[in-house]
Design a protein around this ligand. Structure first.
Ligand SMILES: [Zn+2]
Length: 242
């Protein structure tokens, strides 16, 4: 049986990571993160890891072909027989085209989690974490009962230094320039399912599952109504996926 390859697209802060973990679990497919693969190959001193280290020692970027080699080395393992869900790859047109070539006749199932920039900025800039237990809050959507104090452990809340408008805007600009073109690329290549990412994490999850449901080439996802796909973005103040 052919493997089902699931690709999640979406801006940084759109909630891809959260959904990737849940979807992989629901589908019984490994969640393959190229970042993790990279670290594992380097730490394990594998031949691919050593090759990558060679480029890094020269101060060069690791070529996409090498990242793909690590990826295909991983997905050849038994647990990926039915399929796998990609996280963090592809991020550029060059990577997407290299992946298409490597997959041959196989077409991925692509889900685009769509959240407007302003909403992403607000999610991230108003995010606060507890210094002691790591709990995450949001000033508007998920506030603590006492301002600045963790509900769970009484610890002090702080804002991570990367969670500023400047940093978020820079990351979004990079996303629009390099990754967003993949949306039309995959629309043309194999069709793509767009999910409004402003709904609650549970609703986004169900909408993603619906994309993978009957009619798609996903392995064993359950059937879900597709109404979520048709409703416009919900701006009500629900808990957001953080
Ligand atoms: Zn705490």
């Amino acid at each position: 049986m052919a493997q089902t390859v699931v690709i999640l697209l979406g801006a940084p802060g759109a909630g891809k990571g959260t959904q990737a973990v849940r979807l992989a679990e629901a589908l019984g497919m490994p969640h393959v993160s190229t970042g993790d693969l990279f670290r594992a190959n380097l730490a394990g001193g594998t031949p691919l890891g050593e090759k990558a280290r060679g480029f890094m020692d020269q101060g060069e970027l690791v070529p996409d072909e090498l990242v793909l080699e690590m990826l295909f080395d991983r997905v050849a393992q038994d647990d990926c027989q039915a399929g796998y869900l990609l996280d963090g790859f592809p991020r550029t047109m060059a990577q997407a085209m290299a992946l298409t070539q490597a997959l041959g006749d196989q077409r991925p199932t692509v889900i685009n989690i769509d959240v407007p920039d302003e909403a992403i900025e607000r999610r991230i800039v108003e995010r606060r974490s507890c210094k002691d237990c790591g709990a995450i809050y949001h000033l508007t959507f998920n506030p603590t009962s006492v301002e600045g104090v963790c509900d769970r452990c009484g610890g002090e809340l702080f804002q991570r230094k990367d969670d500023t408008s400047e940093v978020v805007r820079t990351r979004l600009q990079e996303y629009h320039a390099k990754t967003e073109p993949l949306v039309s690329y995959y629309t043309d290549l194999c069709g793509l399912c767009t999910v409004p990412g402003q709904n609650s994490p549970q609703e986004v999850f169900e909408a993603c599952l619906a994309c993978l449901g009957p009619g798609s080439n996903a392995a064993n996802s359950s059937s879900k109504p597709t109404d979520h796909l048709k409703t416009p973005c919900d701006n009500s103040q629900k808990e957001v996926g953080l």
